[in-house]
Design a protein around this ligand. Sequence first.
Ligand SMILES: *Cc1c(COP(=O)(O)O)cnc(C)c1O
Length: 436
Amino acid sequence: MSNQNLLERSLKAVWHPCTQMKQHEMLPLVPIARGEGVWLHDFDGGRYLDAISSWWVNLFGHANPRINAAICDQLDRLEHVMLAGFTHEPVVQLSERLSKLAPGKLGHCFYGSDGASATEIALKMSFHYWHNSGHPGKTGFISLQNGYHGETLGALAVTDVALFRETYAPLLRHGTHVLTPDWRYAAEGESPKDYALRAAAELENHLAQHHAGIAALIVEPLVQGAAGMGMYHPDYLKLAREICDKYQVHLIADEIAVGFGRTGTLFACEQADIAPDFLCLAKGLSGGYLPLSVVMTTDKVYQAFYHDETARGFLHSHTHSGNALACRAALATLDIFEQDEIIAANRIKAHYLNRAAQPFTSHPKVKNFRNCGMIWAFEVKTSDPAFAGKFFQAALKQELLLRPLGDTVYFMPPYVINEQEMDLLVAGTLQTLDSC
Ligand SMILES: *Cc1c(COP(=O)(O)O)cnc(C)c1O
């Protein structure tokens, strides 16, 4: 197998996601033969440091020996069994452990396959809860401006990214996007905290008028990923929780991207000391290995479905719900968090990378250099609409996988990145900035 052979066959047979395929007439695909730690290797001796954890999923490196061993062990026992009417050890253990780790009392785990299915589950459950509880008029959802919750039709309706939405607008249910707390939108001289309070006040105004028709508010806690790593003050979440309680509206925390240590705590909600009514997890849940998502919720929600009548139950299903291999990968991932005290270890890594990244803070092409836990981002001053693609290409030449969101360059490395690799990441990014 060679790079050239594989990419030619791929372009014939595979329709790649999030891609205008015609652009591959100019931009070659990157064929990957194997991965090891933070590195992806091609067939011809090339390698790339996976600085974005393969779309934010990989926590402990590619081909992690401990996760591999757990999956191999599970493979010999049970690869999959349907979860309606049946159960198995990995799904029970995972549910028990997640419930202990998650904020608040989220004792009931409902499984899906990917992030978008978790969003769909949370939206349907919230609506159905109100329906079962004598509030059938609570059918609406509100979300944040620039929020991203996935791209199936229900999830896209609460997503606010024009490029992904506009074409499909006639298919989407109407919802309201309220002011984002992302501090890049603060007024001149307004602190991130003051701006968060202003955004919360707008949320309250909206709910004061419309709460009777609203089932839930869905947010990405602390960092709006697809918006370009828009970061915001935790007080927004604190206030959002209070406001939702006051107006009888569910709070759905979409921690699909920010969960599992990305923001410096295991879950982002911890930093606001709040618990949501629904917690959506995916991406890093299985260490990035296998498609797995979960929606965790409270006893109160669960009890509203528990009834003699079948239709009052939550009849939603995904065929691979609670897949045993994926759950086992998730358990191995949680083991690594515990055994290697990852949250504390990441603090030291983040400190190192923040020091190494000092040159960005005064770089003439860089704006808004920011960090939250294991996420770093900055905007590049450019007027080139093709900037993201050009930067991506130039970074590959520096052995870096970086995939800017518009003019936002970000790092979201696997947690196994070492100091030497962080130095390479910074040096290669500076070189890339100079070359485009
Ligand atoms: C990635 C993402 C999703 C969608 O997850 P998929 O697995 O791609 O469907 C939803 N919400 C957030 C915050 C995400 O980052």
